[in-house]
Write a protein that binds this ligand. Structure first.
Ligand SMILES: [Zn+2]
Length: 154
């Protein structure tokens, strides 16, 4: 996926989910003006995702989100931009950094004992250093992503 995105401050939940699907999504802080947001999108060739209809009209490359529900938003986003399951979990939901697979014995930071025993690999964010692993939370996320993907495939 070459396209990069910029989500407005009303789309925090959607931003996290899109990053989990591997989309590159910057997130606007609420202190930015409309003008700042548009300028940043232009400078970095970003596609704006917004809940603000006026803003969507002012910037040509934008995707207006009608619903304020993040699942509906994910549906309408993925109807336009098809997610690639190979890219799932390749980005950090917190900071948009690239996440790397690291073999657990090679990981030098602290891990809970159970994780060290049960997991062969962990996923480490190259930007903020947050560590992820395939626990039950991971399975729940995957299920939700697949569900949304399937609905759009029909
Ligand atoms: Zn991160």
């Amino acid at each position: 996926m070459k396209e990069k995105f910029y989500a407005d401050s009303m789309l925090g939940k959607l931003t996290k989910w899109l990053r989990l699907m591997g989309f590159s999504v910057e997130y606007a802080t609420s202190d930015l003006s409309d003008r700042d947001i548009i300028q940043r999108c232009k400078d970095h060739d970003l596609l704006l995702i917004t809940r603000d209809k006026e803003l969507a009209v002012r910037y040509r490359k934008s995707l207006y989100m009608e619903s304020d529900n993040h699942v509906d938003q994910m549906r309408s986003f993925t109807a336009k931009f098809k997610p690639d399951p190979k890219l799932y979990f390749s980005r950090c939901p917190l900071c948009n950094g690239q996440v790397n697979r690291v073999s657990t014995p090679d990981y030098e930071g602290q891990l809970p004992e159970g994780v060290r025993i049960r997991q062969n690999v962990v996923y480490v964010c190259g930007e903020c250093g947050k560590v992820y692993w395939e626990g039950s939370h991971f399975q729940a996320i995957l299920k939700k992503l697949n569900q949304i993907n399937q609905e759009n495939g029909k």
